[in-house]
Design a protein. Structure first.
Length: 289
């Protein structure tokens, strides 16, 4: 099954990526697999035999096709994949498994299907799940890790009740809260039709499950210790909200590659796609084979 080309064109326009209409775009296809607990997980891919795989994982409740521009930009030189976690995108929506351990296991089982270790590119909540993957399963299937605007547990927690207030907003008017959330992750919001599409996709997951994802039991120190101990190449792309965590991580782990995006929103790969793709390609190509 091929990805709808109208959606692809909208995403490219949204991210302001130059597109040469005379050149054929890479064909991004969809496939799926069954996890060990019988959940069908869907993913997008452009297979390139022998090329290093790059696996993109979206953030909280969002679909894998939010990475469409990255998939098309990197497909000519790499084997690219974007996974819909359980309950997201076109994957099954089970009643259980919305924990860091199970979601890490899902990612591990996907990586086992690939011909060689992959570079994982994990945005927001998926960054924590990729760290949990490393904690539980090691790095045999991980060539490198790119964390995209995700907390790494450095420093004290931010004061305030932002999460609890957001949870209450979800309970009161979920549709409106999700539209506000989607709009807010971009510095330059996409067209209203794309905002509506993404917000609607987020509602596939049951409210209770989405709240479970916001309440992982691991303390901040857990994520910090995993990130600091990582022995694979690590890139940390971040907006100003994570600048202090970035400095602390770099001090504790000097090999970390920091890439600040001071003029972008939380979805920095969409706000600054050209730069993000360049930085990611440089990082991937520099990682040991």
């Amino acid at each position: 099954m091929r990805v709808d080309r109208t959606r692809r064109a909208l995403l490219i326009s949204t991210c302001a990526l130059a597109f040469d209409a005379s050149a054929a775009a890479p064909v991004i296809e969809r496939a799926s697999f069954k996890t060990s607990d019988s959940v069908r997980l869907s993913y997008l891919h452009a297979h390139r035999p022998g090329a290093r795989p790059i696996v993109f994982v979206p953030g909280w409740c969002l679909p894998a096709d939010i990475w469409q521009v990255q998939l098309e930009a990197l497909a000519p030189t790499h084997a690219v994949y974007a996974l819909d976690p359980r309950g997201q995108g076109e994957s099954d929506v089970p009643t259980t498994g919305y924990t860091a351990d199970r979601r890490a296991a899902d990612l591990h089982e996907f990586l086992q299907r690939l011909a060689q270790p992959a570079v994982i590119v994990a945005w927001s909540l998926a960054g924590l799940e990729s760290l949990q993957l490393v904690h539980r399963f090691g790095t045999r299937r991980v060539a490198a890790l790119a964390l995209v605007d995700s907390s790494v547990g450095e420093g004290p927690a931010t004061r305030g009740n932002g999460v609890s207030a957001f949870e209450q907003r979800l309970r009161e008017d979920r549709a409106a809260a999700l539209r506000e959330f989607v709009t807010a992750v971009f510095r330059n919001p996409p067209p209203e039709a794309e905002i509506a599409r993404l917000a609607a996709a987020m509602q596939r997951m049951p409210l209770a499950a989405s709240l479970d994802l916001l309440a992982y039991a691991q303390p901040r120190e857990h994520w910090r210790s995993v990130a600091r101990a990582l022995r694979k190449p690590l890139l940390y792309a971040h907006t100003p909200q994570y600048a202090r965590q970035a400095r602390l991580l770099k001090h504790a782990r000097p090999a970390t590659v920091l890439v600040p995006f001071d003029e972008s929103g939380h979805a920095l790969f969409a706000d600054a796609p050209d730069r993000f793709n360049r930085e990611l390609t440089r990082f991937v190509n520099a990682a040991p084979g």
